[in-house]
Design a protein around this ligand. Sequence first.
Ligand code: ZN
Ligand code: ZN
Length: 346
Amino acid sequence: MSDGEGYDGGPVAALRRIAFLLERAREDTYKVKAFRGAAAAILPLPTDDVARAVVDGTLTDLPGVGASSAKVIAQAVRGELPDRLATLEREQGGPLTSGGAELRAALRGDLHSHSDWSDGGSPIEEMAFTAMELGHDYLVLTDHSPRLTIAHGLSAERLTRQLGVVEAVNDHLGEGFTLLTGIEVDILDDGALDQDDDLLARLDVRVASVHSKLKMDAPAMTKRMIGAIRNPRTNVLGHCTGRMVMGNRGTRPSSQFDARAVFEACVEHDVAVEINARPERRDPPTRLIELARDLGCLFSIDSDAHAPGQLDFQVYGCERAEEAGIDADRIVNTWSRERLLAWANR
Ligand SMILES: [Zn+2]
Ligand SMILES: [Zn+2]
């Protein structure tokens, strides 16, 4: 039984909030999918039908609604705070970090996110709604490029189709928020970018990252990265070392490259160095953030979210940027959408 605390958010909001908190706590996506699936299942139904299913005890007859989701829905429909939500708010609802809040408040958007078109877990619109709810003015959708087949990288044809979907989503969102088009484009072994140049030119923002042959020797890796940085389409150098410091994919050492040469190229070609906020990446390492800072680089603090709740990871990167004493104005996602777009498409 509920402890009697009231709740007037309704069942869809309760299910979405539970999913958000689970994703933010880095819970396995299969545990989260049930709640998001149940929210999607009841969203198009008249509220009277949902209420009747609660009374009749037939919620689990609805496709996509399992036992734990049904319990949440029933409590929310009765105006009670669902037990699962109460527990999660208590255990996972607090701040993720002790620092970074001031810089996080200065961020206007996020330049690196994935939807279920590549290896993310949620539809494009759900990523956009959540970014809006987090107070952003913009989110750049950066699904993977074709060569990353294990992440369902988008062919030129699929990316072209995605641009139409983004436009349609924006038509529904009004003035205050924009979903920007983008890509996380693979840096190929020779430094070329893994997508057609005319298609790259149509996008708002491009993050370029190394995902393969991370153990290449340092001179070759340096040449490869600088090749991508020199490409006039590149705006952000994603997770530059490729390291993994924890998590269920295991750990992985940093790639070896001449960081000074790479960051000097970023300054020369006006490419921002990403501070990738994912807890298992923490990329770049602190000494490289400090080197990039001292060389005069721009930065982008990105969630690299693969689920809506992971959009909240940005504060981890903010905490690190604050510790390194980086001015907010050198962080491109503190800029307005207009300034960001002018910079990314000079
Ligand atoms: Zn990546
Ligand atoms: Zn990514």
